[in-house]
Design a protein around this ligand. Structure first.
Ligand code: ZN
Length: 380
């Protein structure tokens, strides 16, 4: 497919309009004036609920939703039922993922059943295809278990992704700060270990990461679109539909996240896509749909193109050692649209952005050289 007059998002930001040839079987050449071509985005943090919770999501509904949202590569967390804590479970997920429209990578659990007690076999999980280890969904590990988990993962050559929230301290800022401190302490003097802190939400935790990076510790960090865009004020208006873990924080915390994203203390944006059925949400379940609003929300932050490229394209792949393979998205950065969850391809309609106007939307997603989703332009 030849795109004419398209601007390309790359490491140096947005290019001038040019003609680009994209490997996309069967797609017609087009005038792409006003549009942006980006390598497919990678999401390091998603809950695809498969196996175990088909009322929330399946591999197929999650992969389709991610494709519509502009992600061509997504990491699925291990807190399924059963938990992805054994090589055979991991292998069967990898085998099933081959038929999906986009690339799904899998995370293996750090501890058996996410219980925080016995370590899984990191080498065997790696051999079965795991690209990282994480107990996300829980944080039941003591500092000692975490240190041993980091050690085992380091020997297997895998990064560990941490949901940094001390379970005994609830959901307040202190729980995040304590867990980040513990995790950084566990990382000290461990050769070869790599730690990635998921969904940072507080200014104090950001400062801990800033200092750890200055100290030279091998740590990376992510923030979600919702923590970057919303605050506790938004959550109060949503009742149980505003429940998310970590919670939406103060405007000061949100501003700290935005600054840290720009200056690189926060490496990547990851959605923490956490689909739930309506009844579960009304009963208080934690988590938001993330995929289909991500591009509009992230473009709405007004970031420089270089930051978007690093946070959504290059750093996520560097962190888990994955490369781009004929993955592209075509974005209309000017399209204004109203979020209507009922039209989501995901089974989870639990978005905090329902009814909001967003600017910027994905028109076409190409993965492995195939067009996997395409929307008809409404104002061409
Ligand atoms: Zn999560």
């Amino acid at each position: 497919m030849r795109l004419h007059h398209v601007r390309v998002l790359g490491p140096g930001g947005l290019s001038m309009p040019q003609t680009v040839e994209v490997n996309a079987e069967g797609a017609r050449d087009r005038d792409a004036t006003g549009l942006v071509l980006s390598p497919g985005w990678m999401d390091l943090h998603a809950h695809l609920r498969d196996p175990g919770f088909p009322q929330k999501e399946t591999l197929l509904s999650g992969a389709t939703s991610a494709a519509v949202g502009g992600f061509t590569h997504v990491l699925a967390m291990a807190n399924t039922d059963p938990v992805t804590d054994s090589p055979d479970r991991l292998q069967s997920l990898v085998a099933r993922s081959e038929a999906l429209p986009i690339r799904i990578g899998f995370v293996g659990a750090v501890t058996v059943g996410l219980e925080g007690q016995d370590l899984t076999d990191a080498d065997a999980l790696k051999a079965a295809g795991a690209v990282a280890l994480s107990d996300d969904g829980r944080h039941a590990m003591t500092a000692i278990v975490l240190r041993h988990g980091l050690e085992a993962a380091a020997e297997a050559g895998l990064p560990v992704l941490i949901h940094a929230q001390a379970e005994d301290l609830g959901h307040g800022p202190d729980a995040e700060v304590a867990a980040v401190k513990d995790a950084l302490d566990a990382l000290r003097n461990l050769s070869g270990a790599r730690l990635h802190i998921q969904h940072m939400s507080t200014r104090r935790a950001v400062e801990l990461i800033r200092n750890a990076k200055a100290e030279g510790l091998p740590v990376t960090a992510e923030a979600t679109p919702h923590h970057l865009a919303l605050t506790d004020q938004d959550a109060w208006a949503m009742g149980p539909h505003g429940n998310v873990n970590p919670p939406l924080r103060s405007p000061d915390d949100r501003d700290a996240l935005r600054h840290a994203l720009v200056d690189g203390v926060i490496d990547v944006i990851a959605t923490d896509h956490a689909p739930h059925e309506r009844s579960a949400k009304e009963a208080g379940a934690y988590g938001f749909h993330g995929f289909e609003t991500a591009v509009g929300v992230i473009l709405g932050l007004g970031l420089d193109g270089r930051v978007v490229y690093r946070a959504c394209v290059s750093r996520p792949r560097e962190i888990v050692g994955q490369s781009l393979e004929d993955e592209w998205i075509l974005i209309d950065p000017h399209e204004e649209w109203t979020v209507e969850a009922s039209s989501f391809r995901s089974r989870g309609k639990n978005t905090p952005f329902q009814g909001r106007r967003l600017r910027g939307r994905v028109i076409m997603t190409v993965c492995r050289g195939q067009v996997v989703t395409e929307r008809v332009l409404q104002h061409a």
